[in-house]
Write a protein that binds this ligand. Sequence first.
Ligand SMILES: [Cu+2]
Length: 286
Amino acid sequence: MRLIGTDRARSTAPGEAPGEAPGIASGRVARVSRPARARVARAARAAAAVLVAAPLLSACSAESLPRLGMPFPVTNQGPRILLLWQASWLTALIVGGIVWGLIIWAVIFHRRKHPDDPLPKQTRYNLPIEVFYTVVPLIVVSVFFFYTARDEAKITAVKPNPDVRVQVNAFQWSWQFQYLDENVEVTGTPGHLPTLVLPKGESVEFLLHSEDVIHSFWVPAFLFKMDVIPGRDNKFEVVPEKVGEYAGKCAELCGAYHSEMLFNVKIVEPADYQKYIAGLKARSAQ
Ligand SMILES: [Cu+2]
């Protein structure tokens, strides 16, 4: 049986009325011809390649694949997040390539060749193909779900005793960073961006607190953002790994000056971090 046939030379099966979908109008169970079975087998092999690709891609490292526009990761969690992103994109591209290929194949090889050509035989259903295109997406989504759930649990895990604890207070329209164990803080305004200084190689826990509306704490170089919700303090933990200066911003439209809600992140050596904290303490003592 053809899905949508254009083969006008196809012979009618014994007992089948001309132009009738085999086994449908007459109430018989549809049988699948050999060429159709071969096509389903080819499609099944292509789908199997996609399904195999996802776990294989996850066995690659983030550095061995293109970053696809994502920033270079600067925390211990960055490579895991980047790889999840890369594997998802590449799997989607493979699935997209197969779908585009099938569309182009149908457009080129099954186009109407003559204006007087009759409509091709209209097939109402094909059980193997329907089972195939129901089961394969379910498997693809399950693979996506498995890796997303596994990585989300690891990315959002917090340890009981982090080296540094920073409470991030978001307000319309800037940020305050409180170093909880040192009892010092830095407060910004829309015209004066606050800088969040973090020590390289030490675990930092962020406690996200909102004073008013929903904001979102986003450092693009962390490849991560988390909502800051009034009445519900979220937390996450990272180990900064690359010394440098990075941009931070609010990623939730929170009011008129949302676009001004910017801050800087500076990852420094632990000794420089201690000097910075000592300077903040000296200034607050004045
Ligand atoms: Cu905001």
